[in-house]
Structure formats: structure tokens, C-alpha cells
Write a protein of this length. Structure first.
Lengths: 382, 293
């Protein structure tokens, strides 16, 4: 006899206990420390902070440990925690031009004030597996030099002086939107779009940015500059009235420069796409800059024809938590709706079979699918 | 963890009563009031990131959190059942964060959060039915852009939907929408009833209970106030009809209820039982039996 399924609560408890044990793995292998993740899985930590919209390397490392290394799950933990934090206010605008640089490159000039600084990069490494790492070999000490005190202005500021590059829009003191506190109202302005892109899934933005390079909304981009380093954060408490330093955050900024023909009152000049992420995340910053420029199509008088130019398409689908939640919710029970669909498909098939049978004599019963021999459901009043 | 306002801290959890801070609850309550004032209209709200995934009921959970009081009695169902895993999970969330009483009995509950079903037992005045909604926009699959659908709603321009239903009839001989069947609320807005089977649509009409709909990922709240006209879209020559079942529930013998089809073996064996587990249990306790009981 059939007995309705029960025991969901015990099953959930047991599943979570098993998860905890599985997360730990073989207990004879030493437990992974949060500091180890923070220091040695730094790029992963950076990505979790960026997509989690919260700069806290220790929390991101802990989230990665709890999430068994699943990036989206770790982002989820960070975001759910972030939601509970009070908003004290907004900091002063970051001055990335005054960044303490770990890396700075420009693809548009051979040399420029401040120079090209490669810094810690995978670029030009040969991707050969280093088996000595498995033995725990310590790296040779890095070369050292005196810090260069010379100013290192942003390339966009250098080009901008000649009017070749569109200037940054002036700061008119407009209120700062926050897409985590207000629902997005389309069309969204550029500041909100950049917020969404900064939180957006790296893989999604990478593919979209790539699509613009392959002809789906070409923007003729050049990397004006990528800079990685520490930026000072300043906050002006109301009771003081002057900015106080809160410390520094590691960031990666990408200024993409794009060809633009000009139109009407606007002379030909280069336009910009912008990317900014926590930590070292060049791939994400570059992809973000490509997509940002692409999303400016309407503003720059370009036809909106491809996905990367369509802000409702991009903004509504770039968030990894929203995407994973809705995709993965399909594993929740849907049997009530499926029952309704079963009913419809059975009925349509029965009618289809009846129509097919009309020209000749009625089909023999054996050839009919089983569900039609004993129709269990029918439409009321039909 | 370091949450904000803790004026009604539940004690052990460190979180505010029913998890959300009071500022967020106020924002949601305002959206609810607006939704009640404009039946069927989708009110944007600043949905928070909840500690459960989008698509798993975050909209419903935020509505429930915003309206729940200490004396409320909560029932949570998924697919009509109190013991499906996500219903269990959400019920435990509120037990832990709000400490409210819970029940599986429809008649005893003051707040019922649901996914995909409306209980079989008629709801009463004073009860609130909270729906979890994945896609609040009934026109979404006809026109994906919100900037467009917003205008269509503003103009009351629902021709697209009627054409879709007509095309179903032309192609299949029926309206091929079996769940999330669009309704017109209070003679004005066309609304998605959430993916309940169309079997449940008539229960929404003139219902004494307040019906609230929450879509967390899509950041929308909408409502049907008590005793509001809710009409399923149809045509004069193709009137709206609900599913009916050839057999009664195999456990309690109920007729005119929505049934789950349970596969018994690999030889085509099937049985049909009530989707609403409370309705089935109540009937069996009252002495009703079906052929398999």
C-alpha cells in the first residue's frame, strides 16, 4: 500500500550533517586554515569579494572554506551576511590616480609617465605545471627596488587633456544609487549599471565582452590602462565634517578606450568603457569595461542590436546568485504543475491519434500508447 | 554576525524578529499597502538578499517576515504538502527566527505561505495567503522587456495575451496553459497567479482571505484584497475550464480536488492522491476512506 512520503525534517538534518563531514574530507589530511586560503588562494578570495560586494578577505576565505571552494556558494554566503550589515554612509570618491601601484600597464602607448609596471602577473609565464610546488618548494625571493615616487597619472587623464578622449562626467553631487537597496528601474543610469556589472558573474561578463570582440556589437577597444594596487579610502563623518582615512583596499581598474566617429555636435573622439573590481581581477575588470562601453550604445547614438548592448538583457542576467537560484530551483518539486502538463499532453496526444485515425478505419488498440487505453483525466464539461 | 536593529531580538539567534530588520519590514509593508490599494499591480520593492536561494521562495519569505506577528500561526506548503523539503525548510526558518507557532491545519493558520497550490479548504476572513512567485510578469514570455510590459499594463493593452490564447486554440483546439493561467483582477490588471495549476484559479475569486504575492529575485509584490473579482481570461466560445479527475483520491475518497499521480511500479501502475496533504489527513481522520486505504 502506498504511504505518503514523510520525514522531510530528519532527511534535511541528516543531509546537512553529511555535508559537514564531506566538506572536511579525509580527517587524516590537515584542516585547511582560513589564513591559508586568504594568502594562497588570493585571486579566488578577490573574486568572492568582488561578486559578493564586500571587501573582507578573511570573511571571503572563510566563506570559500564553508562552501567547499564553490565560488557562487561562497558569494552567496558573503552576500547574505552583507545584507544584515548597517549602511553608515558612502566614502569619498576613490582616487585611483593616486593608487600605490603593484602593476600598471598600457597597451596604447609604448611608454608613458610612470612607466609600464608588470608586477605579479601570469602574463608571459609558460603554462607548464610546476611539479616542485607539490613538494612545497619555497619560491626564490622577488627582486626589490626603491619605490618610484614619480606621479603616475591615469592614461585617460593624459589623453583627456588634448580633448581626444571624452571627459569623465562632472560630479554634480547627485545622490548615489544602490541597487541593493532600491529595485532597478529600467533604463538604469550608468552608475547603477556599473554597480550591477561589478557584482556580475565573471564568466557571464567574460563571454559577453568576448562576443563584442567577435562582431556582436563591435566597439573597437584598446586597453588604455590596467592598474592594480592599494587605494586609500576616506570617509567624512557628519559630526566631523572632514574626511578621515579608513585605510586602503586592493583594487584593479581597467580603462578601455574605444574608437568613436562623433556625430552632430560631438566631434570624433575616443570613448571609454570602465571596469573596477576588488583585489587583482584583470579578466573581470577588462570584461566589465567591454560590456560597460557596449551598454552605452543608446547614449552614444548606436543601434542596440546585440545582447551586450541590451541593458535589460545584461543587467537582469549578470548576477550569479539570481541566475543560480532560478536555474537550481528547478530541482525543487514541481509535480503539481507537471501533473497539469501531463494532463494536457495526454489529451492532445489522444486527439492527435483520433485525427490520424479518421481517414482509415480506427487504429487497432494495441498500437496506441498505454496512457490512452485508460484515460484517467479529462477536461470538465468537455 | 552583526545585524542591525535588534529592538525585537528573538534572543538566541542574534537576528531581529523574523530575520528582517524593522526598516526593511517597513519598506515591504509600504509596498504591500500599495499593492492592496491597486489590486493586481506589480509594485517594485527593494528585495533583500535572503539566507536562502533566489527561486526558493525569497519573495514569499520576505512578505511573511514583514507581516508576521508573535501571535500568528504559520502554515507553509509546497505543492500542497506541508512535508515537502522546502516547505519544511521555510517553516523551520520562521520557527528559528520568529518563534511563532506553526500548524499544518489550514483552518488554524493565520498566515499560509504557499508554492504552487491554494489549499482545498475554503479560506476565511483574517487569513493571509502568501504566494511564492518566480516570474511575476504575465506578459514576460510574450514580451521580455520590462520597459515594454510596463507600458502595456499602464494602457491596459492585453491584446498580446488574448492573441496567445487564441493561437493555442487555433493550433491545439484548447488553451494550452495549464498552470500560471493569467487572470484579470478587479477588472483592470492582468496578473500571473504564480505557477498554481489553473484548477486553483477559481479559489482566488471573491476570496475572504488577503492574497499576497512576492517575487524576490524579480523584486515585485502584488496583491488581491479580500472579496475581489478575479477572472481567468477566456473567450465566449472557449470558456475557462479547470482540470477534473476521473477518480477520487485513493486515500480519502475526495472528489473535486487536485490530485497527485503517484507511480507505483514500472508496469504502468498509478494511483491518484490528494495534493493537499492536510485536506487528505483531515478527511481520513473524519472517517473517509479511498479504495487504497
Amino acid at each position: 500500500m502506498y504511504v505518503a512520503v514523510k520525514g522531510g525534517e530528519a532527511a534535511i538534518d541528516n543531509a546537512h550533517r553529511l555535508l559537514a563531514e564531506t566538506r572536511r574530507g579525509d580527517p587524516s589530511v590537515p584542516d585547511l586554515g582560513v589564513a591559508q586560503i586568504r594568502e594562497q588562494m588570493r585571486l579566488l578570495v578577490d573574486r568572492v569579494m568582488t561578486e559578493g560586494s564586500l571587501y573582507d578577505p578573511d570573511l571571503a576565505a572563510l566563506a570559500l572554506k564553508q562552501a567547499r571552494g564553490d565560488v557562487v556558494e561562497a558569494v552567496f554566503l558573503v552576500r547574505a551576511y552583507r545584507t544584515t550589515l548597517p549602511r553608515l554612509g558612502a566614502t569619498e570618491a576613490l582616487d585611483t590616480g593616486a593608487m600605490t601601484l603593484a602593476r600598471r600597464i598600457s597597451a596604447t602607448f609604448k611608454d608613458l609617465p610612470g612607466g609600464q609596471v608588470l608586477g605579479p602577473t601570469f602574463d608571459y609565464t609558460h603554462r607548464l605545471v610546476d611539479f616542485s610546488l607539490a613538494e612545497g618548494a619555497a619560491p626564490a625571493p622577488a627582486a626589490e627596488a626603491e619605490p618610484d615616487e614619480a606621479a603616475c597619472p591615469r592614461v585617460t587623464d593624459l589623453l583627456g587633456q588634448a580633448g581626444l578622449l571624452e571627459p569623465s562626467p562632472p560630479d554634480v553631487g547627485a545622490p548615489i544609487g544602490d541597487l541593493t537597496r532600491e529595485p532597478v528601474d529600467y533604463p538604469a543610469d550608468r552608475a547603477l549599471r556599473l554597480q550591477a556589472l561589478a557584482r556580475g558573474d565573471e564568466g557571464f561578463l567574460l563571454a559577453l565582452g568576448y562576443s563584442t570582440q567577435r562582431g556582436y556589437g563591435r566597439t573597437h577597444p584598446f586597453v588604455g590602462e590596467i592598474r592594480v594596487g592599494a587605494v586609500a579610502l576616506a570617509f567624512t563623518p557628519e559630526e566631523l565634517g572632514f574626511p578621515v582615512s579608513l585605510g586602503t583596499v586592493e583594487m584593479t581598474e581597467c580603462q578601455m578606450i574605444n574608437q568613436f566617429q562623433g556625430h552632430g555636435a560631438v566631434p570624433p573622439q575616443f570613448t571609454r568603457g570602465y571596469g573596477l573590481v576588488f583585489g587583482q581581477g584583470e579578466r573581470k575588470a577588462m570584461a566589465m569595461a567591454l560590456v560597460d562601453r557596449s551598454l552605452r550604445a543608446a547614449e552614444l547614438g548606436e543601434a542596440v542590436v546585440v545582447p551586450a548592448q541590451d541593458q535589460e538583457f545584461v543587467l537582469a542576467h549578470c548576477d550569479s546568485l539570481q541566475a543560480t537560484g532560478f536555474v537550481e530551483h528547478m530541482k525543487l518539486p514541481h509535480y503539481v504543475d507537471f501533473q497539469a502538463e501531463l494532463d494536457l499532453v495526454r489529451r492532445l496526444r489522444a486527439e492527435h491519434a483520433a485525427r490520424a485515425a479518421v481517414p482509415e478505419e480506427a487504429e487497432p488498440q494495441e498500437s496506441q500508447p498505454q496512457e490512452f487505453e485508460e484515460p484517467t483525466r479529462r477536461e470538465a464539461a468537455e | 554576525m552583526n545585524p542591525q536593529v535588534t529592538d525585537t531580538d528573538t534572543g538566541g539567534t542574534g537576528y531581529n524578529f523574523a530575520y528582517l530588520d524593522e526598516g526593511t519590514k517597513r519598506m515591504i509593508r509600504r509596498a504591500i499597502l500599495k499593492a492592496i490599494a491597486i489590486p493586481g499591480y506589480q509594485v517594485p520593492f527593494a528585495a533583500r538578499e535572503m539566507p536562502m536561494p533566489y527561486g526558493w521562495g525569497t519573495g514569499g519569505v520576505q512578505l511573511t517576515a514583514a507581516i508576521l506577528g508573535a501571535s500568528d500561526v504559520l502554515k507553509v506548503i509546497d505543492q500542497g504538502a506541508d512535508d515537502t523539503t522546502n516547505a519544511v525548510s521555510i517553516r523551520r526558518f520562521f520557527t528559528a527566527t520568529a518563534g511563532v507557532a506553526t500548524t499544518t491545519r489550514t483552518a488554524r493558520a493565520t498566515v499560509i505561505q504557499t508554492r504552487h497550490r491554494i489549499p482545498e479548504a475554503p479560506l476565511a476572513e483574517g487569513q493571509v495567503l502568501v504566494y511564492q512567485v518566480p516570474i511575476p510578469e504575465p506578459l514576460r514570455f510574450l514580451e521580455p522587456r520590462e520597459t515594454e510590459t510596463r507600458e502595456l499594463h499602464a494602457l491596459g493593452e492585453y491584446g498580446l495575451m488574448h492573441v496567445k490564447l487564441y493561437e493555442d486554440i487555433a493550433r491545439h483546439g484548447h488553451i494550452a496553459t495549464t498552470y500560471a493561467y493569467p487572470v484579470e483582477v478587479a477588472g483592470r490588471y492582468v496578473m500571473d497567479p504564480s505557477p498554481t495549476p489553473k484548477f486553483d484559479n477559481p479559489k482566488m475569486d471573491d476570496c475572504p482571505a488577503l492574497q499576497l504575492f512576492g517575487a524576490g529575485r524579480e523584486k515585485r509584490i502584488y496583491a488581491i484584497p479580500p472579496y475581489t473579482r478575479v477572472r481567468s481570461l477566456d473567450f465566449e466560445d472557449h470558456p475557462f475550464r479547470v482540470q477534473s479527475f476521473a477518480h477520487p483520491c485513493a486515500l480519502c475518497g475526495a472528489q473535486g480536488v487536485y490530485l497527485d499521480e503517484v507511480v507505483l511500479d514500472d508496469a504502468g501502475g498509478r494511483m491518484f492522491v490528494c495534493s493537499d496533504t492536510d485536506h487528505c489527513e483531515t478527511r481520513r481522520a473524519d472517517g473517509h476512506t479511498g479504495e487504497a486505504a
